[in-house]
Design a binder for this molecule. Sequence first.
Ligand SMILES: NC(=O)c1ccc[n+]([C@@H]2O[C@H](COP(=O)([O-])OP(=O)(O)OC[C@H]3O[C@@H](n4cnc5c(N)ncnc54)[C@H](OP(=O)(O)O)[C@@H]3O)[C@@H](O)[C@H]2O)c1
Length: 252
Amino acid sequence: MSEAFENLAAAAGAGIDAGELVGQLGLDAEPAERGRPRVVAVMIASADGRAAVGGRAGGLGGPADREVLRELRTSADAILVGPATLIEERYSTLLDADHRERRSAAGLPPEPIAVTVSRRLNPQLAQLELFSQPGQRIVVYTESNDVIEASGAELTITRSKPGALSLAGCLEDLYANHGVRTLLSEGGPVLLGALVSELLVDDFIFTVSPMLVAGSARTLLGGRAFEPPLGLELRQLWRSDSFLFLHYTRRR
Ligand SMILES: NC(=O)c1ccc[n+]([C@@H]2O[C@H](COP(=O)([O-])OP(=O)(O)OC[C@H]3O[C@@H](n4cnc5c(N)ncnc54)[C@H](OP(=O)(O)O)[C@@H]3O)[C@@H](O)[C@H]2O)c1
């Protein structure tokens, strides 16, 4: 028997907005593994698989992609971002006033918690505007005894002994001590590769940006090759203009 193909790009139907799209993902359900948040990775790549242009992901995006990211942040309890990404993408406010109000109206704190894992505690983190946002809660996991301070945000630093910091342990702490049930992982490729290799990611929202980048920029996942490769199941697929949005879950 031959395989069947559907022409999704030509599919008719009324468009939905980014809020409805994120609502349809059903990200509020608990993951199969108890005691840690549901982890949703969101990443964008060029059509040839590169994760940055000129060292930043922003050049790959468009308005639809930015709206989806804001809606995902609006629905998450916390976001997890690697220290290199926080610095290179110059993280500042996470949400605009409208999205903050929507969270407050839903009984949530106005901003999701911003979480990072930095074994050596990069001192540049404290210079980020994110760290000066009043009311922004930030949780940093580290193996370092160095001190960094936030100039306006509410900073919690959780320290482990050298060699003892584990991503699974961080997720368990977020679940047990910070009430995090949905965690949005915004990359970068190195931290995401580590999370995926430990089977700690439940959902993948990949945007395919309609451009070709070539060169030596990273792909979506860093680290060692997965052997065997990890299987995914396609749950949903949308397009906006020439951008594609794919929702995958891990094949179990
Ligand atoms: N296309 C996209 O969607 C997207 C998304 C995000 C970022 N990016 C791009 O990716 C680049 C930055 O990402 P990146 O991959 O270089 O860095 P990253 O993932 O943001 O940060 C890597 C750092 O995470 C820390 N880390 C802590 N625990 C770890 C563990 N168990 N395994 C691995 N790392 C751990 C390490 O910092 P310490 O050395 O401090 O321990 C490591 O150096 C930028 O160019 C950015 O624009 C693209």
